[in-house]
Write a protein that binds this ligand. Structure first.
Ligand SMILES: CC(C)(COP(=O)(O)OP(=O)(O)OC[C@H]1O[C@@H](n2cnc3c(N)ncnc32)[C@H](O)[C@@H]1OP(=O)(O)O)[C@@H](O)C(=O)NCCC(=O)NCCSC(=O)C[C@H](O)C(=O)O
Ligand code: MG
Length: 359
């Protein structure tokens, strides 16, 4: 038998903070990536506090090997010098098989563990990877005298990671969530794409060929529709996270200039149950903030349904549509998210408050 339920909530090192019993639903619509060793990017970070839910100092891919130490030290310096207010500070450490990850953790936890909310672990293959990070974090937290546990977020970017998705979510009470890592996952799956997230014009379905006078017209003009390469993985991720009380995220969209397609991908993920996405460039923060916040119309409708449903049982007609015990639960999800976001976003609060009159 592996760990018992009681073991699960005991610290993994003497003197480490107690593991969390629940992962708080903190807004994290955009997880904004920056390279702490890149002076231009780093200089922009203090002004981004309060405009984005999560600032993530990236130490892994996109940081050149020769700059790994500079980026790690840059993150320490930024964290020490910045008051993050309502904005969370996350980091993405190097992969567990890399020569840098041990120094990442043994530097960051003692130096800035009191400011770090979440450590994102790339290329997670199974529960054993989370167990390793969990124990090491506990040891480092105990040594540093931290009173609050650092949470762990896993990136799904290998076929084995996807196959082991449920055990990864269940591996530690520190697990905060999962992100899709479409570029590494595509490579690991041997998909024939060369992009970072998003669709592909070749992945489509075509309308049937019409029949004229009993003959099938294969050469006729036919509509075709691009399909979503990531639907299956995101749906698996959403179910696994919901089952374990943790949070799913879309991940990166690499075509920075295509803000329209970025918004589409983010919205699909929002509708399926994701709570946020990565932002790789400042232009993507606004997209994620907009898409992962319920619209004023949806919140107004949800409040009407909740009010009309009273104790939440039975069935009513609103605008010609049946609402019942199940639809009111969806409305409660929408209103709960709106309330969480309104608590940290004054502009949204104003918009959601303005429609209370129609309740
Ligand atoms: C994508 C970029 C390389 C583009 O950078 P650049 O060409 O400099 O863009 P701009 O000229 O438009 O930049 C304008 C100014 O904004 C600053 N900037 C750019 N990006 C950021 C940022 N993320 N945070 C803060 N500031 C930023 C520029 O320095 C310019 O400043 P100034 O000259 O003073 O006006 C670049 O955006 C970038 O490197 N982004 C991060 C990329 C990244 O983190 N990639 C890793 C995550 S995706 C991944 O790993 C794949 C995943 O794991 C998987 O497997 O799928
Ligand atoms: Mg990756």
């Amino acid at each position: 038998m592996s760990r018992t339920a009681k073991d699960f909530f005991a610290p993994l090192a003497v003197g480490a903070p107690a593991p969390p019993r629940e992962i708080p639903a903190r807004p994290s619509r955009a997880i904004h990536f920056f390279d702490p060793g890149n002076e231009k990017m780093a200089a922009k970070v203090p002004a981004m506090v309060g405009t984005v839910d999560v600032l993530l100092g990236n130490l892994e891919d996109a940081v050149k090997a020769e700059n790994k130490e500079r980026s790690r030290q840059g993150l320490v310096d930024i964290a020490k010098a910045t008051d993050f207010g309502p904005t969370q500070l996350w980091t993405r450490i190097n992969s567990l098989d890399s020569p840098w990850v041990l120094d990442d953790l043994t530097t960051l936890v003692p130096e800035i563990g009191d400011k770090l909310d979440v450590v994102m672990v790339p290329k997670v293959q199974g529960a054993e990877d989370i167990h390793y990070v969990d124990r090491l974090l506990a040891q480092l937290e105990a040594k540093a005298g931290l009173t609050r546990p650092v949470l762990v977020h896993a990136i799904l970017e290998t076929a084995r990671g996807v196959a082991n998705i449920e055990e990864i979510c269940a591996a530690s009470p520190r697990m905060q969530g999962l992100s899709l890592g479409p570029a590494d996952l595509a490579a690991d799956r041997r998909m024939k794409t060369t992009r970072v997230g998003g669709g592909h014009p070749g992945y489509l379905v075509r309308q049937d060929a019409p029949r004229v006078d009993g003959e099938t017209q294969y050469d006729a003009e036919r509509a075709s529709y691009q399909q979503d390469l990531w639907h299956y993985t995101i749906a698996r991720m959403v179910d696994a996270c919901a089952m374990h009380g943790i949070y799913p995220y879309y991940g990166p969209f690499g075509d920075i200039l295509d803000t329209v397609a970025c918004e589409d991908q983010f919205r699909n993920a929002f509708l399926l149950g994701c709570v946020g996405a990565w932002s790789l460039h400042p232009v993507q923060i606004q997209i994620a903030n907009r898409v992962f916040s319920p619209s004023v119309e949806d919140v107004a409708h949800a409040r009407r349904v909740i009010a009309a449903m009273g104790d939440g049982t039975g069935a009513v007609m609103i605008d010609g549509k049946m609402e019942d015990d199940a639809s009111v639960k969806q409305c409660q999800v929408m209103v709960a998210l709106a309330d969480e976001l309104a608590a940290i976003d004054p502009e949204l609060r104003q918009q959601y408050d303005a429609i209370r009159i129609e309740d």
